[in-house]
Design a protein around this ligand. Structure first.
Ligand code: COA
Length: 433
């Protein structure tokens, strides 16, 4: 049977796909934009009608309300968050979801070794003439899931770009597919603010021409990108590809010419932004969307000289321990690839990693620099690996600094209204300052 006949034979509706689901199944999808919206809606509907129960769904950065985090379905569908979005966070707080741990680079191996998958459901671009579908904006976990799953269900969307060097799924591997041509979601826009602009400029000054960089998610990485426009010969090797990075490619600050590997090409494992970047990825050999166990591999990152990574934190203590995923015992997000990039930058010749955040949160009522982390907070990046910490008041160097030097440096970049209190806390702990 040729690939077009196979396509027609396997084509059905999202509702019919979900009718194949049996109670007790485990379903997974890759992160963010690759979660199949019509199939997920049909799962929710079927569970609501009482025809599906004990379904476990694993999610990675949910960017729209997925049924496993819908409280009214909590007795029928159970969610496991690998990186919580808004709905996952609420479900965890409500006590009806679970959380999985792992550095992003290790997640494909965790899937292969420990997750028994009945259904891999994913949004893909339309089939090409050879019978292949591209996973488009999300390459991170798709290969591990494709190879482990008992069944593969596709939601074909003409708005999903074709990533020419990304993971592929052949029509012969597919159990059933449906079509749902729906514009991809865009990341909510983040307003520029004075604090982020200041931090962005401070970090950009530390990035030399010719460096390769990774930027995390949020206002500060966006401002770093804006402040890099006057640089030359930069390279991108990153977890998430963003609009700010595309601006740098378009203005010529990034040309990837000095990358020792993937020279001339941008490397990322997923993309989440606006239509501009989805169009940029489509059929473009200059951007390679590759699995996260490859992209976030510490040795690969370290091969780039002057590698710079920029990520955020929720809280840091005097030791420089970075808490980036919980607020006390409350789970906020996940480890993601923060440590992968901190370690890769650490090992890169001339490399630097920056953990950047505003000095306060909640309208200046909470200092994000504390003597100790809140009880129950997890440490995402260790004191032995943290390099530079940045707020709007400057940069504090941790690597090669003693506890006393770290404490002094951190107090000097804390918000002025908290500096006396922090000094008092340091003295109380007999830290020499
Ligand atoms: N104490 C109490 N609350 C705090 C706090 C603190 N020290 N720091 C932040 N908060 C609150 C904020 O007020 C905000 O509350 P709201 O949701 O009610 O508005 C919330 O926590 C989020 O803080 P914010 O500073 O806006 O976070 P962000 O959106 O910039 O994300 C991280 C920052 C650290 C959560 C995010 O970068 C992350 O998840 N990182 C982990 C993984 C990673 O770095 N991966 C690599 C790159 S993708």
């Amino acid at each position: 049977m040729n690939v077009h006949d196979l396509y027609k034979k396997k084509l059905t509706t999202a509702e019919e796909i979900v009718k194949q689901f049996q109670s007790g199944w485990v379903s997974v999808s890759d992160n963010a934009l690759s979660a199949p919206r019509a199939i997920y809606e049909a799962i929710g509907k079927r569970a609501e009608e009482g025809n599906l129960d004990r379904l476990t769904m694993h999610t990675f950065l949910d960017v729209f309300p997925v049924p496993c985090y819908d409280e009214k379905l909590k007795d029928k569908i159970f969610g496991v968050c690998w990186f919580a979005g808004k709905a996952g966070r609420a479900a965890l707080e409500g006590g009806f979801a679970d959380v999985m741990y792992g550095h992003y680079r290790d997640c494909p191996d965790i899937i292969t070794d420990f997750v028994d998958i009945d259904a891999f459901c994913i949004m893909v671009s339309p089939m090409d003439k050879h019978g292949y579908f591209s996973t488009g904006c999300s390459a991170s976990l798709s290969v591990a899931m494709r190879d482990k799953a008992r069944r593969i269900y596709l939601e074909v969307n003409k708005y999903m770009p074709r990533a020419v060097s990304g993971p592929i799924i052949h029509i012969s591997q597919v159990t059933s597919l449906c079509e749902n041509h729906q514009e991809l979601l865009s990341i909510p826009s983040v307003e520029s603010d004075e604090v982020s602009i200041t931090i962005g400029k401070l970090i950009a000054e530390e990035i030399p021409n010719g460096a390769t960089f990774q930027l995390g998610i949020g206002a500060i990485p966006n401002e770093v990108a804006k402040a890099l426009k006057s640089k030359r010969d930069l390279g991108i090797h990153t977890e998430m590809f963003t609009d700010g990075m595309l601006d740098l490619l378009e203005c010529g600050a990034v040309n990837n010419s000095r990358k020792p590997v993937h020279t001339g090409r941008t490397v990322a494992t997923f993309a989440y932004g606006t239509r501009r970047i989805y169009d940029y990825i489509d059929d473009n050999p200059a951007i390679q969307m590759l699995p996260v166990d490859y992209v976030n591999n510490v040795e690969l990152i370290a091969q780039h000289p002057n590698f710079v990574s920029v990520n955020a934190a929720l809280e840091v203590d005097f030791l420089g321990q970075i808490s980036a995923e919980t607020i006390g015992t409350r789970i906020f997000s996940g480890s993601g690839g923060q440590v992968d990039y901190v370690r890769g930058s650490y090992q890169s010749k001339g490399g630097k990693s920056f953990i950047a955040f505003p000095s306060t949160s909640k309208n200046d009522t909470i200092s994000k620099i504390s003597s100790v982390l809140k009880p129950g907070s997890v440490v995402t990046t260790l004191k032995n690996e943290v390099d530079y910490i940045v707020t709007e008041y400057g940069i504090a160097k941790m690597r090669g600094s003693s506890l006393s030097q770290r404490t002094k440096a951190l107090i000097s970049i804390a918000h002025p209204k908290f500096r006396d209190e922090l000094t008092f806390e340091a003295k109380k702990r007999n830290i020499v300052i």
